[in-house]
Design a protein around this ligand. Structure first.
Ligand SMILES: NC(=O)c1ccc[n+]([C@@H]2O[C@H](COP(=O)([O-])OP(=O)(O)OC[C@H]3O[C@@H](n4cnc5c(N)ncnc54)[C@H](OP(=O)(O)O)[C@@H]3O)[C@@H](O)[C@H]2O)c1
Length: 208
């Protein structure tokens, strides 16, 4: 498949790029800092631009099969990034509408699972990271009201542990006792989701 990877220079994003190549996909990344993808020189197409601009996103996305996004605010979240995910969702949905691409797989946050008890994800999120919860919620709202074939992937705490392939996936819920997951495992699920229609219109909890 021809994939556009957004947030390609981040922890999950780099894994998405690496594994997408391993799985035989072609990868285009739109980034603000192309030098961070030097190690993939000759293997992927790198475009520089503003990920909050529909005008920058549209020509990059045109002609691809799907968009996989691991975009998100760098931590700690600055005041300037308080609405970053929502702005990104608005830019991306605005851009895609003018292309023939419909499939989008987006990394969101496990904090949005209101029914999770172990861990009490929503409560923890509201207490510790209220801004992130509000922004991710606004982002999901934008995708949910778009006409795209979206999938929201909601992990709990992300780690940099190596790929295991041993992770759990639940439609509409956080897996029980799902406290953490490695970025490499999230990346694999996101690519697999982009490869099929099975998860279209679904909010998916993933954890170790
Ligand atoms: N941290 C956690 O435990 C956790 C848990 C659940 C969900 N999540 C969510 O999972 C996603 C991925 O997390 P991660 O830790 O793997 O990502 P990350 O390492 O923080 O990387 C974020 C990516 O977004 C890009 N980005 C951020 N602000 C940007 C801007 N203004 N313009 C252009 N690009 C920008 C970064 O580009 P640069 O390299 O140029 O900065 C980078 O590629 C995020 O949405 C995060 O909210 C995180």
């Amino acid at each position: 498949m021809k994939l556009v990877v957004l947030g390609a220079t981040g922890g999950t994003g780099l894994e998405v790029v690496r594994q997408a190549l391993q799985r035989g996909h072609s990868v285009t990344a739109l980034v603000r800092s192309p030098e961070r993808l030097k190690s993939f020189a000759g293997q992927i197409t790198v475009k520089q631009g503003d990920l909050l601009s529909s005008a920058d996103l549209q020509p990059v996305i045109q002609g691809h099969d799907a968009v996989v996004s691991a975009f998100g605010p760098r931590l700690p979240v600055s005041k300037a990034d308080a609405h970053l995910l929502q702005q990104f969702a608005e830019a991306l949905t605005g851009a895609i509408v003018n292309t023939d691409v419909r499939r989008v797989v987006v990394e969101s946050v496990g904090f949005l699972f209101k029914d999770a008890i172990f861990p009490p994800a929503y409560l923890l999120g509201r207490l510790l990271f209220p801004q992130v919860v509000a922004d991710a919620s606004a982002m999901e709202h934008v995708f949910a009201h778009s006409h795209l074939d979206w999938t929201m992937v909601r992990p709990p705490e992300l780690t940099d542990k190596p790929y295991t392939g041993k992770y759990r996936v639940r439609d509409g819920h956080l897996p029980l006792f799902g406290f953490k997951i490695g970025r490499a495992d999230v990346a694999e699920f996101m690519i697999k989701a982009a490869e099929t229609c099975s998860w279209v219109g679904k909010i998916v909890g993933v954890s170790n």
